[in-house]
Design a protein around this ligand. Structure first.
Ligand code: UGA
Length: 443
């Protein structure tokens, strides 16, 4: 729920905030800070994107963002400009929300961040606080300060903990805010921006703030690989993974969050951050063996799910065809980066199985641009994907999948069986329509 602006305590204005980068983190931060009553200017290098955003049209799929975008523009406290230099001249606080993609060696590529810091250095007012919001390796706050080359400007680390698909909700209802820096005054100025949200604030040094973000994601993937490994054991022994993990998660020391098994974990953050932390730990002489095992377990999960799909589809005889629902890395986002669905389907297609996929937000053109070699065809709707297939596999937990007519699905499939990797479909309905696949054969 987005709280009404009028319900919030008065903002700590007048503060002008510049947000550099209008991606998932930057745009969310910009619209939410504007919602909290701050004056916000958001910059991006992509002119087309800036034009769309300035006209109130979001450039990626994210619930609730359009309303806040339009409200901020209408209120007059949210604007968009091309280029970081154009945004920072009057800013009291500058948030760097730039991509840190994984380079070929598995380490984050920091060139976007360092290029922007170098460019904006001369444009900043004295006493400006520059905030690293991107997930960055330890020591980046110092690196950014070096690039800014301004003794009268302070750098603070304030990692974000947003989930795509719930980004606005997470920003406005944070579990905590972590702010790290040596200058306590600068840390307090950043903390004041979040004061209306009334959440715990962890004040620390920059290095600890930077590690906190990696450690949080490392814990979450550990939980996920654990859940997927338990699911594999359940499948082999004839147990029901969803029931088992429900039982485990009720222990308040464990909790149910991020304990849902699936085809493996992915997305634009987890794989990148896991690799980055593995490198950081290795370089520091403290190899993180547990995290390496978590990563290996995820690769095994992709292999295991793909092998199961191929085996089930082959029950239909020669030239098996698989229908797949879901392509994005999870529901409620249009982000295809490091998608587990794609990792699995790449393996299935490499095994010579034909795949017909349906995804609520990805058409054939978009998939072809993203991954021209995946070798799957894209159907116009969920039922069309099932036509003549020997198995339907559900790879993403979109709510709309749960509302589809399984009787109709059963009628479209050549071999009526459904492998629901996310547990999103109604199990009793699957049973009623005889769509549950046979248990795994023990070797
Ligand atoms: C993740 C973290 O959850 C955020 O806290 C963090 O801020 C963000 O990375 C980041 O570093 O920027 P996000 O990548 O949006 O957020 O996605 P999640 O909702 O965490 O899902 C990641 C993957 O785990 C997806 O593939 C998802 O399908 C999978 N997942 C998640 C499961 O398989 N089961 C679950 O119970 C939850």
């Amino acid at each position: 729920m987005v709280p009404e602006t009028s319900d919030l305590p008065p903002a700590v204005a007048p503060v002008e905030v510049a947000v550099i980068g209008a991606g998932y983190v930057g745009l969310t931060s910009a619209v939410c800070f504007a919602h909290l009553g701050l004056r916000v200017v958001c910059a991006d290098v992509d002119e087309k994107k800036v034009r769309a955003l300035a006209a109130g049209r979001p450039t990626h799929h994210e619930p609730e963002i359009e309303d806040l975008l339009r409200a901020g523009i209408d209120r007059g406290n949210l604007r968009f400009v091309v280029g970081a230099e154009a945004a920072v001249g009057d800013a009291d606080v500058v948030f760097l929300c730039l991509p840190t993609p994984m380079a070929d060696d598995g380490r984050p590529d920091l060139s976007y961040l360092t290029d922007v810091a170098t460019a904006i250095g001369p444009c900043l007012r004295p006493e400006t606080v520059v905030v690293d919001k991107s997930t960055v390796p330890v020591g980046t706050a110092t690196l950014v300060a070096d690039c800014l080359d301004r003794s009268d400007v302070t750098v603070v680390a304030n990692p974000e903990f947003l989930r795509e698909g719930q980004a606005v909700h997470d920003f406005l209802n944070p579990d905590r805010v972590v702010i790290g820096g040596d200058d306590h005054g600068a840390v307090d100025r950043v903390a004041a921006l979040y004061a209306p949200l009334g959440c715990p604030v962890v004040r620390t040094d920059a290095v600890s703030a930077e590690i906190t973000k990696y450690a949080a994601n490392a814990f979450l993937v550990t939980k996920l690989s654990f859940a997927n490994s338990v699911a594999a054991v359940c499948e082999a022994l004839g147990g029901d993974a969803h029931d088992v993990l429900l039982g485990v998660g009720y222990d308040h020391r464990v909790g149910h969050a991020h304990l849902r098994p699936g085809p493996g974990w992915g997305g634009s953050c987890f794989p990148k951050d896991v690799h980055a932390l593995l490198h950081l730990a290795h370089d520091a002489g403290e190899p993180f063996h547990l995290l390496q095992a978590v990563l290996d377990a995820n690769e095994s999960q992709f292999d295991r799910v793909a092998a199961r799909i191929v085996a089930l589809a082959s029950r239909g005889g020669q030239d098996p065809v698989v229908a797949a629902w879901g392509l994005t890395f999870k529901a409620d986002t249009d982000d295809l980066r490091e998608s587990p669905a794609i990792a699995v389907l790449r393996r299935v297609s490499a095994a010579g199985v034909r795949v017909q996929v349906y995804d609520p937000v990805t058409d054939a053109e978009r998939l072809a641009t993203f991954d021209p070699d995946l070798g799957v065809s894209v159907a116009s709707d969920a039922y069309a994907a099932c036509a003549g297939a020997d198995l339907l596999v559900v790879l993403t937990e979109w709510g709309e999948f749960a509302r589809l007519d399984l009787e109709r699905v059963a009628g479209m499939l050549r071999t009526p069986q459904v492998f629901d990797t996310r547990g999103v479909l109604d199990r009793s309905e699957l049973e009623r329509h005889r769509l549950l696949p046979p248990p795994l054969e023990r070797s």
